[in-house]
Design a protein around this ligand. Structure first.
Ligand SMILES: [Zn+2]
Length: 239
């Protein structure tokens, strides 16, 4: 019996059953639950803010070993507006995309220093740079990765105020990511081209950091352009 024999049935249960999910989250929130590995508490429904470390003396917050700063959503609009005014709109998009890609790649590099975010079942695949191949070919690892993409999206994207990831189809080529409530589109409003540039760059950067391969994300449908409720991204691995 290994980690997956215990973790997968619990994750399957809490995915489909809100009552069980609440009960498990309450258990994990107790002092006994605090002894569970960080990633297990994260996957089992703990809220992002309950998992943060606050060092009031140093004026720092950390999330699973990654230092963070929080700023108001209005900054997103200002990044777009002021950088476009300085260097032009297309160059602004390219610059913000590049910063976001490197920013989330940095987050993953910080994560990989102490592996708190990585379940032990996936550590070899990441170290040996075969994560995508492994989660696509091994049914149990695929099941685990599906739970991870759902719960880590909740913790980082939804509870980080960026929007809701409603689909993360990592088994497809290109990988398809669908979001609702995308904060970048909300702040930027109606536009003639997709506005979720930081969101797209960040999506690519997480995969680059985890796999060591080159990925590019393209927003193929954006609320700012098409209305409706979903922004959709295609993430392609480069040769
Ligand atoms: Zn969008």
């Amino acid at each position: 019996m290994d980690e997956l024999d215990v973790v997968l049935p619990v994750l399957d249960l809490v995915e489909k059953n809100p009552v069980a999910r609440d009960a498990v989250r309450r258990l994990v929130s107790t002092r006994a639950g605090a002894r569970l590995p960080f990633i297990h508490r994260a996957l089992l429904g703990m809220r992002a803010f309950d998992l943060h470390d606050v060092d009031a003396e140093r004026g720092e917050i950390g999330f699973g070993g990654v230092r963070e700063v929080i700023f108001g959503a209005g900054w997103l609009k200002l990044f777009h507006k002021e950088i476009a005014a300085a260097i032009g709109d297309d160059a602004k998009d390219a610059l913000l995309y590049r910063i976001a890609t490197q920013g989330t790649t940095w987050e993953i590099q910080e994560v990989l220093k102490d592996m708190r975010w990585i379940p032990s079942a996936l550590r070899d695949a990441i170290a040996e740079r075969r994560l995508m191949e492994s989660v696509r070919s091994d049914a149990r690892l695929g099941r685990l990765f599906r739970h991870i993409t759902r719960e880590v999206s909740r913790l980082i994207i939804t509870e980080g105020g960026w929007g809701n990831v409603v689909e993360y189809a990592f088994e497809r080529d290109p990988i398809r990511v669908v979001m609702t409530e995308t904060m970048e589109a909300k702040m930027l409003g109606a536009a003639t081209k997709p506005t979720c540039v930081i969101t797209a760059g960040g999506t690519a950067g997480y995969l680059i950091g985890l796999t060591g391969d080159r990925y590019d994300a393209r927003e193929v449908r954006c609320v700012s352009v098409s209305g409706g409720s979903t922004c959709e991204f295609e993430v392609t691995r480069s040769a």
